[in-house]
Structures are given as structure tokens and as C-alpha cells.
Design a protein around this ligand. Structure first.
Ligand SMILES: Cc1cc2nc3c(=O)[nH]c(=O)nc-3n(C[C@H](O)[C@H](O)[C@H](O)COP(=O)(O)OP(=O)(O)OC[C@H]3O[C@@H](n4cnc5c(N)ncnc54)[C@H](O)[C@@H]3O)c2cc1C
Length: 464
């Protein structure tokens, strides 16, 4: 029983509002009910759909193996929630504990969970972005529209950006025997997330599978025909590629604009929160009634030098939402920290890619098992003489072992003999990550420093 009975009252007949009705929002809401929350639960989502799963959108859905409307997330339990779908939250009044909706309505809360995720970064030239045949891929509607266009049999698809999503789109195109060109500003696909050594393997995989991969180039413009359909992409090396479909895959933007002026520590890099998922306000003071989870959150992690991590990982969204919901209903001494070890998977060109830890923090890499040239290997990343991340290509069964090394801050390079160690794994080499000040496609893990708010603020301390 809490000291003043507040938590008991909250659980019995309090009001909890969840903004963002997707993976983190749903799993958070389910955990609240599991934890005995019997009060009013309101789920606010700007999309018209109940929570659905995004990873299949760039995989099975683009291949035509599943339709986007069959991606609904399985429910772990009945929710008994009031769903406000198809209407975005447009503002937050922290003092009055009220969420404003774009339709003018307001919803009061005792505790708030923010899980508004990210959205695809659009092509920056508005007129070109509006051409028929130019797509992004983040939502169910995006996937339906793109899959339909792929089914029409385009002559060529042009993908801008070779991060995970762009590479998966290219892979789906090749599997459908559609010609595809990928343009990447960096030196290789996946370099932002996995560095140049592994990026080179990804480049080989693309080329061996018939992708026309152009690296070290920028797209300078998209051209349309007189009917407003895209017909060509122009590149910084002076070349042009004729295409009838362009997929812009330039990473993501965090959905925090609706919080502007609210006083919450929210900005372009996400919403800063403590390890217990409580949001910081712009003064760097932790709030006690506003919690954050999923792609929109950034939180400190002791294993990674207390850097604030922003993670665009499915597993992170689930775990962080569960932790946030647990902490929303308990005393501070019973709260749990969100200490999830980042983990990510992707499948492309028939290869299963998995990573743990934060490879992009690594300065060196060593191939501990298998061989880069066979596209089947495990590699470990080192930072300040310890293991900080690992990646496997078609060798995922070893990942839990590498995760243990990361968790125990094992020395780098690892000193043990490994199964299937090859001569190329004799010593580490530079992991070859691009200069972080140079924009590439966004990695799915972002180290975002210590500042709770990203905007410049004027802070005037109150007089006492
Ligand atoms: C194509 C694709 C493939 C992926 N593949 C993988 C993969 O292979 N492996 C992996 O680990 N991860 C993958 N991911 C990432 C994974 O899907 C995300 O990490 C996960 O969806 C994050 O969940 P979330 O609930 O935090 O955010 P989101 O899923 O982004 O959900 C946030 C929700 O909030 C809504 N919202 C935003 N603003 C407002 C507002 N103001 N008011 C109300 N609602 C709002 C959004 O529209 C959205 O519905 C993939 C993502 C995509 C798009």
C-alpha cells in the first residue's frame, strides 16, 4: 500500500492516457492492465487502424506474401480501453494534465504514456515528393500503395538510401525480379549502422543479386513527366536513371512536434527520459506522471557510457513499454530500469542479419567466426578495449554468447578461440564508421548525448 494511497486510487479508478497506438502503446497498455490498473484507459492514435506490426511491411507485404491489413498485432489480453483512432494529439498541458486532440477535444490524465514513434523522412523537395510514383515506407497505407505499384510491374524501382529499410526494399524488388537501382551517399549499404567492413559485404550481396548499387553519390533531383509521374532521378555524379517508382528511404523523424511549447524535454532527437522511462522536462527535471517508450524515447544506458540511446528496434519498443507501464503503477523503490541490450534483425537477399549492443559505437571490428566473403559470419565490435556490439550474418545462434560478452564488458579483442575462426579473424581492423557529422541514412541506434532538450531554451529560474 502506498504511503498516501495515491497508487491504490490510481489503480482503482485513475485515468491513464496512451498517446501513440502502435507497438509500444499497445504493449504498454496491456502491461498496465496486467499490473492491476482498473481505471480509465484511453488510447490515442493518429492512424485509423488498431495497432499493427511494421517489420512485415518491408518484407512479406512487399513480396505480396501478406497484405498490409493482415499485420494486426496479436493481443495478449483484452484491454477495455477507449480508442480514439484517426485523430492526432496536438498538444500537452503538463500543469492541467491534459492532452489536446486535433479535433479540439481534450483528455485528462493522471498518468500519461507517450509512444508516438517516428515517421519516414520525406524527400525534401515538396514538388518532387508529390510526383506520382514517389513513396516512403513506414505505415500500412505506404506499404499497400507501394506493393500495388510493384505488382503493376514497373520497369525499374529507384531506392534513395541504403539503410535497413532501403536495402530490404531492394531485396524485395529483386525477389520479384524487378530491376532496382539503389543510391547511397555513404560508401556502402548499412554503413551508418554496421560500419564500412560489414557494409562492403552488404554491397557485395546487393550486386550479386542484381542490384544496380551506386555509392558515394547523392540524388540531386527527381524529374516528372507532363502527367506528373516520376520518370527519372538525377545524381550528383552527373548520371541519371530512368525509373517509374522512387522509394525515399532516408531514415526517420521523431514524432515530437505536438509537444512543442509543452515544457517537456522533447525535440528532434526524441523525448529524453530516465532509465525508469520517466520523461524529463526542459529544465532536466524528471516528471513523475509522464512516461515514454519506443522509438520516440531516448534514455541513458550504463553499459554504453550513460549515453542517451534512441533505438528504432521492435524489441526495444516492447520491453521499454513494459517497463514504463510497470513503473507507472508502483512506488519508486519498486521501479525497474530499462536496461535492454539493443538487438535488431533484418532479412535481405536471403540472409538473416542480426545485431546486439551498439555496433555504431565501435571503433574496431574483428571477425570471430566464419568469413565475410561467404556472407556467413559473426563479428564483434570493440570500443575502448571492450566488446560493445556484435553482428551476425546467417549465424544468429551465437548471438546470445556475444550478448553476454557485451553485458559483462568483456575485453576486446575477445581472447578465446572460437568455432570456425578463420585467418581473417586473427586481429581487429578499423570498423570504418562514417564521420558522424556527415549525414548518411540514419542508423537504427542513435547516440544522442546528454542534453534532455534539443531546442535552445531560455530558462529563467523562479525567484525565491
Ligand atoms: C518497414 C519497417 C521495417 C522494420 N523492420 C524492423 C526489423 O526488421 N527489426 C526491428 O527490430 N525493427 C524493425 N522496424 C522498427 C519497428 O517497427 C519499430 O521499432 C516499432 O514499430 C516501434 O514502435 P513504436 O510503437 O515505438 O513506434 P511506431 O510503430 O512508430 O508507432 C507510433 C504510433 O504513434 C502514432 N503517432 C505519432 N504522432 C502521434 C500523435 N501526435 N498523436 C497520436 N498518435 C501519434 C504514429 O502514427 C504511430 O501509429 C521496422 C520498421 C519499419 C517501418
Amino acid at each position: 500500500m502506498s504511503v498516501d494511497g495515491y497508487l491504490d486510487r490510481l489503480k482503482r479508478d485513475g485515468r491513464i492516457v496512451v498517446v501513440g497506438a502502435s507497438l509500444a502503446g499497445l504493449r504498454g497498455a496491456e502491461t498496465l492492465r496486467d499490473g492491476g490498473f482498473a481505471g480509465t484507459l484511453t488510447m490515442i492514435g493518429d492512424e485509423p487502424y488498431e495497432p499493427y506490426d511494421r517489420p512485415p511491411l518491408s518484407k512479406g507485404v512487399l513480396l505480396g506474401k501478406a497484405t498490409a491489413d493482415h499485420t494486426a498485432l496479436p493481443r495478449r489480453r483484452a484491454l477495455d480501453a477507449e480508442w480514439r483512432l484517426g485523430v492526432p494529439a496536438s498538444g500537452l498541458d503538463m500543469a492541467a494534465k491534459r492532452v489536446r486532440l486535433a479535433d479540439g477535444d481534450e483528455v485528462e490524465y493522471d498518468r500519461l504514456l507517450i509512444a508516438t514513434g517516428v515517421r519516414a523522412r520525406p524527400w525534401p523537395h515538396e514538388r518532387e515528393a508529390a510526383l506520382d510514383g514517389v513513396f516512403v515506407l513506414r505505415t500500412r497505407d505506404d506499404a499497400t500503395a507501394l506493393q500495388k505499384r510493384l505488382a503493376d510491374g514497373p520497369r525499374r524501382v529507384f531506392v534513395i538510401g541504403a539503410g535497413f529499410t532501403g536495402s530490404e526494399i531492394a531485396s524485395a524488388c529483386r525477389e520479384r525480379e524487378i530491376e532496382v537501382t539503389v543510391a547511397e551517399r555513404g560508401a556502402a549499404p548499412l554503413v551508418g549502422a554496421l560500419g564500412g567492413v560489414v557494409g562492403e559485404v552488404a554491397a557485395q550481396m546487393q550486386r550479386e543479386n542484381g542490384v544496380d548499387l551506386r555509392t558515394g553519390v547523392m540524388v540531386t533531383g527527381l524529374e516528372g513527366d507532363s502527367a506528373g509521374r516520376v520518370r527519372a532521378a538525377h545524381l550528383s555524379d552527373g548520371s541519371s536513371v530512368e525509373t517509374d517508382v522512387v522509394v525515399v528511404s532516408l531514415g526517420a523523424t521523431r514524432n515530437t512536434e505536438w509537444l512543442a511549447g509543452s515544457g517537456l524535454g522533447a525535440g528532434p532527437r526524441g523525448i529524453a527520459c530516465d532509465a525508469g522511462c520517466r520523461a524529463f522536462d526542459i529544465r532536466g527535471i524528471v516528471t513523475d506522471d509522464i512516461f515514454v517508450a519506443g522509438d520516440v524515447a531516448r534514455s541513458p544506458h550504463p553499459l554504453f557510457n550513460y549515453q542517451f540511446l534512441s533505438l528504432e528496434h521492435w524489441g526495444n519498443a516492447v520491453t521499454q513499454a513494459e517497463t514504463a507501464a510497470h513503473n507507472m503503477l508502483c512506488e519508486s523503490v519498486d521501479r525497474r530500469p530499462h536496461m535492454w541490450i539493443p538487438a535488431f534483425w533484418s532479412s535481405q537477399f536471403g540472409v538473416n542479419i542480426k545485431s546486439v549492443g551498439v555496433p555504431s559505437m565501435g571503433t574496431e571490428i574483428i571477425v570471430t567466426q566464419g568469413s565475410l566473403s561467404e556472407h556467413r559470419f559473426a563479428a564483434v565490435y570493440g570500443f575502448q578495449d571492450r566488446v560493445i556490439g556484435a553482428v551476425t550474418f546467417d549465424d544468429a545462434r551465437w548471438l546470445p554468447f556475444y550478448q553476454q560478452l557485451i553485458e559483462s564488458t568483456a575485453p576486446f579483442p575477445p581472447q578465446f578461440p572460437t568455432v570456425d575462426r578463420r585467418p581473417e579473424g586473427a586481429r581487429p581492423v578499423s570498423a570504418d564508421f562514417p564521420d558522424p557529422s556527415v549525414p548518411t541514412h540514419g542508423p537504427t541506434v542513435t547516440l544522442s548525448g546528454y542534453s534532455p532538450a534539443d531546442r535552445r531554451i531560455t530558462f529563467t529560474p523562479g525567484r525565491h
